[in-house]
Design a protein around this ligand. Structure first.
Ligand SMILES: [Zn+2]
Length: 617
């Protein structure tokens, strides 16, 4: 058995060959008996025919054949898709989450061609993550058809440090972890991305803090030192130029200041020059709102007009340096309002990213509810839109003046998912959202999310990846496929139970939306507890290690939901103090169990979200 490719083939093709060899050897016992060879090759015509999107062709008989991709990454995607076609299931972004079936030479035949529905298909790092969590997630991405990963900030220190410092887990001692450690992890992670040909997105927030003289790789406060830049060009609020709540990443600049623009643009150009491996460089402003500059010059224009000026200046300087860096700009908070006068001079350099962070997750994007007019923009008094229609109205406003490449940056697995205990509601919302992307005029989706979002399973990310690659994917089919592989003989039982939990979801409530005292939520939590009490996956038996793992996670999840539903029930009944006590019981339970279930539940993040947004404090 041989997997062959041309001498000097690109890294992702070589890696694809290793992967194909590795899996086929585990799957087929009679391969050694007669020659079997598969050739991996690049055929650029495949991508040309699909508007530049990933595309591949699989033609294999029982003697071997060919897997061709429109680019090196597409060859790898083709290999994983072929393995999926043969029955392999990649169920978790962690070790032990795969199902590799035994099969025979005669079952290796396949002949088909596929191309991705959307160009941008990726995930952005959030939460608290060990190096292994991120590495395993990157390994998982192409197995589900994704092609992009986003490491936030210049160095993704925040996410790694939260894990190694064990923030929010009082039962574990903090380990030492520095910015330098994070930089070393990043280098290795970028190597892993390169090996697979995945598109690398970088930075986003942090530029404003850097321009103010702070190394900004997190949302940490920095109240001790006030740099001279802060007094010169931080945004003026109530007559004062200072860090906003002491947080450099959340502080805006006075974008009228020529010095501020010069420092900002120069740092972007210097970064772009030093990091040619970055495919998409994100230029975002402060990560907070209603804190934009009130100086006499800034009030004469809008933040979006100033943003476009800044982007044009960055574009001009990059062009001067001969750099073709793609810049992603963000529609978010104040920047949801389209600029009044200014326009991007060279739209081809830019990618529009629409980030409806305050949207509801009770349902998918609704195009029929878009209002004609936008609310008036009032400086430092904006209210973030929850309705899907209003969110989409802002997108329409920007699209009226920018026709370039674009994608949505959304948050179903950022906070709201903690309110869907069955994970099937949020998986269906994701599916529905992706099916609306084309009509919304967007060419893909990057999910800003916890990487450890597999509680009780990784169905939402599975749905997301597969639907982004093929928008016509049937969600019921996909759920069936996933549950069969994960739960074996108990698949239907598990699904029926999780459907019940999902029908009682409280995504918006967990995310801090709506009244904190709410009879409907009380009622749902009562029913949820009854469902959980009657269910006993801990008693299930299986020979399969993968199924055993899924049963253990499901039992741990069941117990956690009993705690959390009790706490939410009390909070929604107005029993704030008792609610906090119940929440602390949940915290103790999940913190103590974290070593055993580390890759599946982000303990840091669920505790942060339920305090900061749900209201356990
Ligand atoms: Zn100003």
């Amino acid at each position: 058995m041989r997997v062959i490719y041309e001498d000097g083939a690109p890294g992702p093709v070589v890696f694809a060959a290793q992967e194909l060899q590795k899996y086929l050897e585990q799957m087929v016992k009679d391969l050694a008996q007669a020659p079997f060879s598969v050739r991996l090759q690049i055929d650029a015509g495949l991508c040309d025919a699909s508007g530049g999107c990933d595309a591949f062709l699989v033609q294999v008989t029982q003697d071997g054949g060919v897997i061709a991709g429109g680019n090196p990454r597409s060859v790898l995607l083709g290999v994983y898709d072929y393995l999926h076609h043969l029955g392999c299931r990649f169920l978790l972004p962690a070790q032990g989450g795969e199902v590799i079936p035994q099969t025979e030479r005669g079952s290796l035949c396949a002949s088909y061609q596929k191309s991705a529905s959307f160009y941008h298909r990726g995930v952005c790092i959030e939460g608290a993550d060990s190096f292994e969590n991120i590495r395993d997630f990157i390994d998982w991405l192409p197995k589900l058809g994704y092609n992009s990963f986003f490491l936030q900030f210049q160095v993704p220190y925040a996410f790694l440090a939260r894990w190694y410092h064990h923030d929010e887990n009082p039962y574990r001692d903090a380990q030492s972890f520095t910015y330098g450690d994070a930089a070393r992890c990043m280098e290795e992670l970028e190597t892993q991305l390169e090996k697979r040909g995945l598109l690398l997105h970088k930075v986003g927030h942090g530029w404003t803090g850097e321009a103010l003289g702070y190394q900004t790789a997190s949302w940490d406060t920095n109240k001790e030192t006030v740099t001279p830049q802060v007094e010169r060009f931080a945004a003026e609020l109530d007559g004062e130029r200072k860090l906003y709540q002491g947080i450099p990443a959340n502080t805006n600049l006075c974008y009228h200041s020529e010095e501020a623009i010069d420092v900002f643009a120069a740092s972007v150009v210097a970064y772009a020059k030093e990091h040619p491996q970055v495919d998409y460089l994100h230029i975002w402003l402060a990560d907070d709102y209603n804190n934009v500059c009130e100086c006499e010059d800034c009030v004469k224009t809008t933040l979006s007009d100033q943003y476009v000026d800044l982007l044009n200046e960055i574009d001009r300087r990059l062009a001067e340096e001969g750099l073709e860096t793609r810049i992603v700009f963000l529609l978010y908070q104040e920047l949801l309002w389209p600029p009044v006068k200014k326009r991007l001079i060279h739209p081809q350099r830019f990618v529009l990213m629409f980030a409806p962070i305050s949207r509801t997750f009770e349902e998918s994007y609704a195009l029929e509810q878009i209002p004609q007019a936008l609310p008036e923009y009032v400086r430092n008094q904006i209210v973030l839109p929850a309705s899907l229609g209003e969110n989409l109205a802002y997108l329409r406003g920007w699209q009226a003046q920018f026709e370039g490449d674009s994608f949505v940056y959304d948050y179903p697995l950022g906070r709201a998912h903690y309110g869907d205990f069955g994970y099937l509601h949020i998986a269906r919302v994701i599916h529905g959202d992706i099916q609306k992307l084309r009509e919304m005029g967007l060419n893909g989706y990057i999910s800003c999310q916890e990487l450890r979002a597999c509680f009780p399973n990784a169905m939402p990310n599975y749905m997301m990846g597969r639907t982004l690659f093929c928008e016509q994917t049937d969600p019921q089919e996909l759920i069936r496929e996933y549950f069969d592989a994960a739960y074996g003989a108990h698949a239907r039982e598990a699904q029926e139970y999780l459907e019940q939990l999902s029908a009682l979801e409280c995504c918006d409530y967990i995310n801090g939306k709506g009244s904190r005292i709410e009879a409907e939520i009380v009622h749902r939590m009562q029913r949820l507890r009854t469902c959980c009490e009657a269910f006993h996956p801990g008693e299930w038996q299986s020979e399969s290690k993968t199924e055993q793992l899924f049963y253990q996670i499901l039992e741990h999840h069941r117990r956690t939901v009993l705690y959390l539903a009790h706490a939410v029930l009390l909070l929604a009944s107005g029993e704030k103090e008792q609610a906090l006590e119940a929440w602390k019981e949940m915290r103790e339970y999940i913190c103590k169990a974290e070593p055993q279930f580390q890759p599946y539940l982000d303990v840091y993040r669920i505790l942060e979200v339920t305090q900061k947004y749900t209201g356990f404090r």
